[in-house]
Design a protein around this ligand. Sequence first.
Ligand SMILES: *[C@@H]1O[C@H](CO)[C@@H](O)[C@H](O)[C@H]1NC(C)=O
Length: 474
Amino acid sequence: VLLRPASGSRQQDAPGAADGLALASDPGGTLNFLAMVENLQGDSGRGYYLEMLIGTPPQALNILVDTGSSNFAVAGVPDPDVTSYFNPELSSTYRSQGLEVTVKYSQGSWTGVLGTDVITMPKGLSGSYTINIATILESENFFLPGVKWHGILGLAYDALAKPSSSVETFFDSLVRQAKIPNIFSLQMCGAGLPVSGSGTNGGSLVLGGIEPSLYTGDIWYTPIKEEWYYQVEILKLEVGGQNLELDCREYNADKAIVDSGTTLLRLPEKVFSAVVQAIARTSLIQEFSSGFWTGSQLACWDRAEKPWSLFPKLSIYLRDENSSRSFRISILPQLYIQPILVIGDNLQCYRFGISSSTNALVIGATVMEGFYVIFDRAQRRVGFAVSPCAEADGSPVSEIEGPFTTADVASNCVSSVSFHEPVLWIASYALMSLCGIILLVLIVLLLIPPRCQHRYTDNDVVNDESSLVRHRWK
Ligand SMILES: *[C@@H]1O[C@H](CO)[C@@H](O)[C@H](O)[C@H]1NC(C)=O
């Protein structure tokens, strides 16, 4: 699916926002990062969303920011669980591609039609841009009661786009049309606040660069191992300063990704049980119910008594750009023991913000809320810096330290780097052979040469278990 080129004149108009807001961080004038500060709303439980205006005349929708998928999709018909939807028939600039697309999650899915339309972002880049939009016609367990967003903005690489990687992603379209640097950054500010609160916690999605007021200290960068998800390499985990001492490949089984669309910190099963054991051991709490660790039970304390001092700090070591070094990002219990429910006048209940996964380590909202995270696609790296909004009761709840030596870990913790690619190649060869055989059979039997049609019904699980859609608190 190809896009029309952007109309050239818009480019020159954009700096017309010469209203004195241009920043030092804004050399060209097209980018005004300050205008993007606080452009998100939401919470870790249900995700952070950006307001967008879609079509002509504009229809306002809230769009979930998801770095774990690559399609831009919006509700296209009324749904009992969405308060608003995009009606393509009311937009004079909408063009349908007539192509159906289905995205399946391990729980939940949607099916929609691909098209293009123009969008603007009231608190984003100035100007309007033509992008690919999937309008969702049918969905299952995708929109859930209480969510305040009506669509999803997949910010990962085109390798994950459906039905194929030739569907240009939202961010690629933006980079091409607005000529902004190929980098965006994300700050989510829900630390210490209720998981599913009023939905008015703030956050910032900065398109095209890094806004200095959104972080303190240094930015530490880790290379992107492969450009599909934002896949990074984790070298070591520590609980309360104690190394878990697992083979580092366990931390990357079968990938470690940074995903704003996942609520929790998700750990491969083996790592998860080691972490739970270590936390239970150091948590000073005897006989803690196992249901708390598995997510089926909450733990409640008197409101006056905050439980956080009972739990240890959790540190994740990431490979530095200099591969013989690492740095660590640490989250305090304020980030992973999360207030979720008040009972009566004086009981505050908490959930465990870490869960197990069969196929990935996912640095989700639980961790990301501690940091300003830079998705530096131009230099193929993800950066972390301490976020000033990551604090509870006036104290910081996250830390970054480095450098550390990597002499004690393997030189590569990511096994079989492009495991999924051969699988896809085999699958496509198999499909091609199948088409060939069917073609031959038809020619021989019917003596009518039919065209071998390849319908896009790619039902691959894109987001597998990493999606917010699955791991939201209901
Ligand atoms: C990488 O880190 C090692 C260990 O700290 C250091 O000796 C080396 O000079 C660094 N290499 C570069 C290119 O900075």
